[in-house]
Ligand binder design. Structure first.
Ligand SMILES: Nc1ncnc2c1ncn2[C@@H]1O[C@H](COP(=O)(O)OP(=O)(O)OP(=O)(O)O)[C@@H](O)[C@H]1O
Ligand SMILES: CC(C)(CO)[C@@H](O)C(=O)[O-]
Ligand code: BAL
Length: 281
């Protein structure tokens, strides 16, 4: 596996592969790799000739009060793990390389960002679409792989691709979980031992919601109340949001039906965790 830090060098490598008619799969990440990222990479390996993984902690998608400075990083370990799953190129630009004139680059996402993380992290998805557009332009992949743990992000990038005519197939990959159900996340490393134990209730509350829906409950507020009670009883974390919306439109619904997302975010002392399930009710 080769590490590339220069955009120009990456573009030259890509051009050569395109001339040979080889397909390229891209896995955008912020690094500190875990089994979730590696599952995306393994799928990309199966479906493409060349696999590029980007590792870039994108400053544009972090709010001022957020955890950009403390976001976990370990490039050496990332390189070992990416090589194990046969990634061909690890693209790791600096922020200066990606944003030489940072103030001048802006994009504004309206649709699908009014709720969930879009509401609690203002400007977050504007930063995500900027960096993802740049990565799509630099790597020009045939396929790009994203996790369903960030389901709102997938819904937004899906619109980005359609609106801006990127000739890219988006591949959504199921959330990879720890054996006790907690969604794998780079930020889990920032949970205290006590918080780590409590955090199993995040997925448990989503499962409880699904069970209640299966039993016939159709009122989103009642389901959300049950989830909030569970979360408040079992964690010291502060609920950021618990919502039930249509998916992928992410609009409020009066009655459970069709494809819906049940999504939550909880703030622990040093990590804000998200999780969701998407079901057809
Ligand atoms: N548990 C998971 N299962 C499947 N995909 C995942 C999982 N966690 C992250 N991904 C996907 O990996 C890609 C890169 O995500 P990112 O580097 O932000 O990892 P993360 O673990 O979600 O980090 P964070 O701490 O920011 O939540 C995204 O498409 C994301 O949805
Ligand atoms: C897609 C992404 C790599 C853009 O920085 C990031 O939002 C992530 O890791 O999900
Ligand atoms: N996977 C989401 C990236 C972020 O939290 O900024």
């Amino acid at each position: 596996m080769k590490k590339v830090t220069s955009i120009k060098e990456m573009q030259k490598i890509i051009k050569d592969f395109q001339r040979e008619g080889r397909s390229i799969g891209l896995i955008p990440t912020m690094g500190y790799l875990h089994e979730g990222h590696l599952t995306l990479a393994k799928k990309a390996r199966l479906e493409n000739d060349i696999v590029v993984m980007s590792v870039f902690v994108n400053p544009l998608q972090f709010g001022e009060e957020e955890d950009l400075a403390t976001y976990p990083r370990d490039l050496e370990r990332d390189m070992e793990l990416a090589a194990e799953v046969k990634v061909d190129y690890l693209f790791h630009p600096t922020a200066e390389e990606m944003y030489p004139q940072m103030q001048e680059i802006t994009m504004n996402v309206g649709a699908r960002t009014e709720r969930l993380c879009g509401a609690s992290r203002p400007g977050h998805f504007d930063g995500v679409v900027v960096v993802v557009s740049k990565l799509f332009n630099i790597i020009q992949p045939e396929r790009a792989y994203f996790g369903k743990k960030d389901a709102q992000q997938f819904a937004v990038i899906d619109l980005l691709v359609k609106n801006f005519n990127f000739p890219i197939e988006l591949v959504a990959v199921d959330t990879v979980r720890e054996s006790d159900g907690l969604a794998k996340s780079s930020r889990n490393v920032h949970l205290t031992a006590g918080e780590r134990k409590e955090a199993t209730v995040l997925f448990a509350s989503l499962q409880a919601a699904e069970a209640i829906i299966t039993e016939g409950e159709k009122n989103p507020s009642r389901i959300i109340d049950v989830m909030k009670t569970m979360l408040n009883e079992k964690t010291s974390g502060e609920i950021d949001y618990v919502e039930i919306l249509s998916y992928p439109e992410l609009q409020p619904i009066e009655e459970v039906g069709g494809v819906i997302i049940i999504a939550l975010a909880v703030k622990f002392s040093k990590a804000r965790l998200i999780d969701n399930i998407i079901i057809t009710a």
